[in-house]
Design a protein around this ligand. Structure first.
Ligand SMILES: [Zn+2]
Length: 300
């Protein structure tokens, strides 16, 4: 009998700096279980916690999953199934996360960077199913990107390509966590919006609070508009280089109000080189906050 790979059981794990999300599913419409735990503060603690949750989830249905996909907020080696570096996770040196989980559960394990996973999620489960050239930008604490070119995920020579958040927009700009000045993410990420709001209002507000308060606050509207214009600079460069058919926006800032997205969408097309911006689709991903878990499941 021919198997229907779309209806195989898959497990996706989104390993982030603050929480780890799990999804066990046949398809986004047929979910077996979802879990979320706080991220432990050591590499060993993370591995143990993931194995424990999976041991609890696996017996929920009789069918063995086809595999486990893990989206990691950091740089990974998908061949060695190891985490190489992550600014927000406690992996101080290359760590064989995928290998250890495989040894414990005897199931295939796939590891990928979280923004790349998000692009795979959009390709497998989202609006990019029939699109060969597209980009997913994850807008949250930082800015990540997953880039599909000619139907294939762009990985790069050391599996580290596609870091659009660290594209320099203005070399005289603020210092970025990566060591350079003026990267896109120091202007347009959630952290950037929160920091600028604190500087201008003297009150510590999260990016979510800035977005919620902007409706009645012109200063915050201006701040979001400026962040959106900076995002447009990055988008125009990405569009000029990759000439995508669509860019999808995911992450916590994907829910940002029009003050942020309007200037970004307006200028991105017109600033892109030649015809690269013609008929470009700019859309908020419908996979929303589940894109990380779904993308991880889509890796399987
Ligand atoms: Zn940077």
């Amino acid at each position: 009998m021919q198997s229907n790979t779309c209806m195989e059981r898959k497990i996706g794990i989104d390993l982030g700096g603050t929480s780890i999300s799990f999804i066990d599913l046949y398809s986004p419409q047929k979910i077996i279980d979802e879990r979320r735990i706080d991220t432990p503060c050591s590499a060993g603690g993370i591995t143990e916690a993931i194995v424990n949750v999976l041991k609890d989830m696996l017996p929920l249905v009789d069918e063995k999953p086809a595999g486990i996909g893990i989206a990691v907020a950091g740089q990974v080696n998908p061949i060695a199934k190891s985490v190489i570096f992550s600014p927000n996770l406690p992996f101080k040196e290359e760590f064989p996360l995928g290998g250890i989980i495989h040894e414990n559960l005897n199931l295939p394990v796939v590891l990928e960077n979280d923004a790349n996973s998000a692009a795979i999620g959009e390709k497998v489960f989202g609006a990019a199913k029939d699109i060969d050239d597209f980009i997913v930008l994850t807008l949250g604490t930082g800015i990540g990107s997953g880039i599909f070119v000619n139907g294939k995920l762009l990985r790069g020579h050391t599996h580290a390509g596609g870091e659009a958040g660290h594209m320099v927009i203005d070399p005289t700009g603020p210092k970025c966590g990566c060591g350079r000045n003026g990267c896109l993410e120091v202007f347009a990420s959630g952290t950037a919006i929160s920091r600028r709001a604190a500087n201008e209002t003297g009150v510590m507000l999260s990016a979510k609070e800035v977005c919620e308060s902007a409706k009645d606050n012109e200063r915050l509207q201006e701040l979001l508009k400026d962040a959106g214009e900076k995002l447009a600079e990055g988008l125009a460069s990405l569009v000029s280089i990759f000439n995508p058919e669509a860019i999808f926006f995911a992450g916590s800032l994907a829910n940002a109000p029009k003050y942020y997205f309007e200037p970004a969408f307006k200028v991105a097309r017109s600033k892109a080189f030649g015809t690269t911006g013609t008929n470009l689709r700019l859309e908020i991903s419908e996979l929303k906050e589940k894109i990380g878990m779904l993308g991880a499941a889509g890796l399987v």
